[in-house]
Ligand binder design. Structure first.
Ligand code: UDP
Ligand code: MG
Length: 317
């Protein structure tokens, strides 16, 4: 029978963790009893450098039940890196893994459908939100705009899919062969290939606690997704470029209006427009190029995406 690892990244999740553990264990035990998965299956919590009692709760759950394993990162590295740490740790221990958020927004009941799809031959099963009714108007629409933009840029992504997905061991091995440091899992997983399928589920509300993705982090995440990380000064040049470009458009309109009103000497309009337009466009282009150089810089350094501080997992009997 196949060993299932449910990988759950947690960052300051002390409010939800006990409930998540209870529900996931219930699910795991039912699946084990039905002989759908091996008794060596685990819930693998990844503590992403939490500042609250998250790690203590994980350690306690681990002490109480062998089916709970815990991985502690040396510091906060963000959702993507925490998830990667969990997946890469699970890779050598499991046959299938399912990644999900700690806050119970991902419907646990969809796990059965995912396993069923896997049984039918899918190596990757994407959990897709059937509706976003519970999300705020802003989140829903900004997410939609983001997916559209990514698609327009040619990044293959599954619509309305977050990080709730099943991956087989060979899909995980495929993921491990991507050496990049700037990780955007949602963009990379479709590149792995293998037969894949989707399972729809209703996205619930966060069970307790606050979102760990305030607007600033969300924007940052989107930006990273597009260019995969950059260096701050270069980004500043980029913003300057955008600003100047906008100003140049204003100057363009202004110059044209002044010209039409006939208050200018010959040649003034063209000179004005050229200076501002060219300057703006140049800075903008420099910024874009800088983004990519920054990305190369980051990759060349080859820094680790995460560092593991502790790993709690009982050996299989
Ligand atoms: N998370 C993490 N590290 C971070 C931020 C978030 O591991 O730096 C985890 C968090 O604990 C949760 C998941 O990522 O399990 C998704 O976060 P959240 O539910 O706050 O995001 P939202 O659903 O609001 O987009
Ligand atoms: Mg959430």
């Amino acid at each position: 029978m196949e060993v299932l690892y449910i990988v759950v990244p947690c960052y300051n999740e002390q409010e939800v963790l006990p409930e998540t553990t209870k529900r996931l264990l219930e699910k795991l035990n039912t699946l084990i009893a039905k002989e759908k998965i091996s008794a060596d299956s685990r819930i693998l919590y990844v503590d992403d450098g939490s500042k609250d009692k998250t790690w203590e709760l994980i350690a306690k759950a681990h002490a109480e039940d062998v089916h709970v394993a815990g991985l502690k990162l040396s510091r906060n590295r963000g959702h993507q890196n925490a998830l990667l740490a969990g997946l890469m740790t699970a890779k050598s221990l499991c046959d299938i893994c399912i990644s999900m958020d700690a806050d119970l927004q991902d419907d646990i009941e969809a796990i059965d459908a995912m396993l069923e799809k896997h049984r039918q031959g899918c190596d990757i099963v994407y959990g897709v939100r059937s509706s976003r009714k519970k999300d705020t108007f802003f989140k829903r629409n900004s997410a939609l705009a983001f997916y559209r933009f990514m698609k327009a840029l040619g990044v293959e992504m599954v619509d309305n899919h977050a990080e709730y997905r099943l991956m087989s061991r060979r899909a995980l091995e495929g993921l491990a062969s991507f050496p990049e440091v700037n990780l955007f899992l949602r963009g990379i997983v479709p590149l792995i290939g293998f037969p894949s399928g989707t399972v729809e589920y209703e996205r619930g509300e966060r069970f307790a606690g606050e979102t760990k993705y305030p607007l600033k982090k969300m924007l940052g995440f989107a930006f990273d997704g597009i260019t995969s990380f950059s260096v701050k000064p270069i980004r500043f040049v980029f913003s300057m470029g955008i600003l100047l470009f906008l100003v140049s458009i204003a100057v363009l309109i202004y110059s044209l209006v002044v010209k039409l009103l006939g208050h200018t000497v010959t040649g003034w309009t063209t000179v004005m427009i050229s200076i501002w337009m060219i300057g703006g466009i140049q800075l903008l282009c420099l910024g874009v190029i800088g983004e990519y150089i920054g990305k190369i810089y980051q990759e060349v350094k080859h820094r680790p995406a995460y560092i593991i501080e502790a790993f709690l997992n009982d050996p299989v009997e």
